[in-house]
Design a protein around this ligand. Structure first.
Ligand code: TRP
Length: 337
């Protein structure tokens, strides 16, 4: 029986932070151990070009993110782990899909609409600073997914629309050229923690409130010390449910540890002490991976080898499939009949 295929993309902008770890990486690594499914994780460097025009940053982020997943123990024998730009069938499929995608569908994409709204607000032309990359982003994403005929795509709520667009485009292709594509489904996990950042808002690069996952130990401690607290003194009871210190604790703690910290808050634990314990908890869970991460970055050839092997494995699927799709649309060698 063919296994269920699950596919996740990771945009290569920025350095992974605790929020990415808790909300995306940790659940993905867990899911990759399931023997009933087949998982693919890929670094979206073509997508990164939509948001980031700094070549060093794109390259650096790709290295760091690849090293992060490997350091955290992703089993690359079992899972597919590759870089989008190493699979040339993806941009080629993207073109076949572009010719099936309605412009009106793209007009409705949230990310594009948000940019137009921002332009209007700033009294700019609707199209100001909007590239065709941003506009057709959902088609490249559809190509990522359809290239490997993924059944399930774990995403955040904001991405559901993109998966629906991929279904729409796939259905139209199937209608014209025969049943080639599985219609993918979004998989939204409401139980995954959305981590608060230093200022108590959602931890996100765009708010500048993140704690990078693999900060050196001393800096991790410093960063945790910056988490927002109120002015309550040691001995005064504190409310765990409004505290980012407690919320982050909870994302790393067992049920017992969470109950323990709740009690400590009620008893008036000092903020400094709560943060010290939070540092110890997080550090104990990531120290080993952080060492591996540093070793990997110091020896980047290994990272590149892993990605090349991953690409070869992915292309065993994408190459023959794309040949079939070319044939289906009439891109064929000329032969005497
Ligand atoms: N657009 C997704 C995001 O911003 C990333 C993405 C690109 C993706 N291609 C994908 C996610 C394919 C899943 C599958 O989160």
């Amino acid at each position: 029986m063919n296994k269920q295929r699950i596919l996740t993309g990771i945009t290569t902008t920025g350095t992974p932070h605790l929020g990415n770890y808790v909300g995306a990486i940790r659940p993905a690594l867990l899911a990759s151990q399931n023997n009933q499914t087949e998982s693919s994780y890929f670094l979206e460097d073509f997508h990164a070009l939509i948001k980031c025009h700094d070549p060093e940053m794109v390259a650096q982020s790709t290295r760091e993110i690849a090293a992060t997943w490997l350091a955290l123990g992703l089993n690359t024998d079992k899972a597919f782990f590759y870089r989008q730009s190493d699979v040339p069938e993806i941009p080629e499929l993207c073109w076949l899909l572009t010719c099936m995608a309605a412009k009106g569908l793209m007009n409705r994409a949230h990310a594009y609409k948000a940019s137009v709204d921002a332009n209007r607000e700033a009294n700019q032309d609707d199209d100001y600073a909007i590239t065709m990359g941003l506009y057709s982003y959902p088609i490249l994403m559809a190509a990522d997914i359809l290239m490997f005929n993924a059944h399930k795509v774990p995403v955040g709520r904001d991405q559901i629309q993109h998966i629906e667009m991929a279904r729409d485009i796939a259905a139209r292709f199937n209608h014209y050229y025969g049943e080639h594509f599985v219609l993918p489904e979004a998989q939204v996990d409401d139980n995954v923690a959305v981590l608060q950042g230093l200022d108590g808002r959602k931890m996100s690069k765009s708010y500048g409130n993140t704690i990078p996952l693999f900060l050196p130990e001393k800096q991790l401690k410093k960063s945790i010390n910056k988490i927002l607290t109120n002015l309550l003194e040691p001995g005064e009871p504190k409310d765990p449910d409004t505290s980012p210190v407690f919320q982050i604790w909870q994302a790393f703690a067992t049920t017992e540890q969470t109950a323990y910290m709740r009690e400590e808050f009620a008893k008036g634990i000092a903020w400094g002490e709560a943060k010290r314990q939070l540092f110890e908890l997080i550090n104990s869970q990531i120290a080993e991976a952080r060492d591996k991460y540093e070793t990997l970055l110091a020896n980047s050839n290994y990272i590149e080898e892993q990605l090349q092997q991953g690409a070869a494995k992915a292309r065993e699927r994408s190459k023959p499939f794309l040949e079939k799709l070319r044939e289906a649309v009439g891109i064929r060698r000329i032969q005497s009949k």
